[in-house]
Design a protein around this ligand. Structure first.
Ligand SMILES: [Zn+2]
Length: 255
């Protein structure tokens, strides 16, 4: 894709030990601060959702650009990420499950469940200039459902978010990055303008994102900002021994 912006995928931002974060989803606060400062000092333009959609619809971007996305809607995003983003005048998109507002990440193992933002917290996120998108009704994997069942996770979830928070979501992110032609059709028919996957992509309805997690170091973070990274990562996942070797070369954060 022409001069594509890098889309980073975060989950939580907070100091959570590995016992309570089995999937390394929580980037420590200091690491997140350093990553945002790095983007700020390195000349990256941080796109809003509207600017990203503008690019998707053909508007050129003047310089290297990044879109920040935060999946699941953890309360830690409001507590820890929003103040840092506000301090640097940065924005992004938070993907939430409208069926789980004010609940917990119940799809995770018991020890790794965390609080999800409620309506009042989401309103604060919106007030900070961050867009909200839909991440299915309740974090269901979208590749195992028929078109009728998918309506609950697309059309209905979007309507529920609008009813509860007053935001008409423009974009979608697939839980676990899982999608198939039926899921992509459901998201498209529901009227979203685009949808994000992770490394398995398919045009506007399954756009690529780069996962940033608690194991990233300043070095791996910089590596992931290279536009070649998603392609390289896809090639490496087809060859696990090669991927392990690559991990040894770039190093992982200790936690
Ligand atoms: Zn998720």
């Amino acid at each position: 894709m022409r001069n594509a912006p890098i889309v980073l995928m975060y989950h939580g931002v907070g100091d959570v030990d590995s016992e309570h974060d089995a999937e390394n989803l929580f980037v420590p606060v200091q690491a997140f601060q350093q990553q945002m400062e790095y983007l700020n000092h390195s000349g990256f333009k941080i796109l809003s959702e509207v600017e990203y959609l503008g690019w998707l619809n053909g508007k050129p971007l003047e310089r290297k650009s990044v879109l920040l996305t935060f999946d699941d809607g953890y309360s830690s995003i409001l507590q820890n990420a929003v103040p840092i983003l506000a301090g640097l005048r940065m924005t992004g998109i938070c993907y939430v499950c409208p069926g789980l507002l004010g609940g917990q990440s119940t799809w995770m193992d018991k020890t790794s469940r965390h609080d999800l933002m409620d309506v009042a917290e989401l309103s604060e996120v919106v007030d900070a200039g961050i867009a909200l998108g839909v991440h299915s009704h309740d974090h269901s994997s979208m590749d195992k459902l028929n078109f009728t069942d998918l309506k609950k996770h697309t059309v209905d979830a979007r309507a529920l978010l609008e009813e509860r928070v007053g935001v008409h979501a423009k974009s979608f992110a697939y839980p676990y990055g899982n999608h198939n032609p039926t899921a992509r059709q459901a998201v498209s028919s529901a009227g979203f303008e685009c949808a994000f996957a992770i490394y398995e992509t398919s045009g506007r309805w399954a756009l690529p994102r780069v996962d940033i997690n608690s194991l990233d170091t300043p070095r791996t973070f910089r590596l992931k900002l290279q536009s070649i990274y998603p392609t390289a990562r896809r090639a490496l996942s087809a060859a696990p021994p090669l991927r392990r070797a690559a991990h040894r070369v770039v190093g992982l954060a200790k936690r």
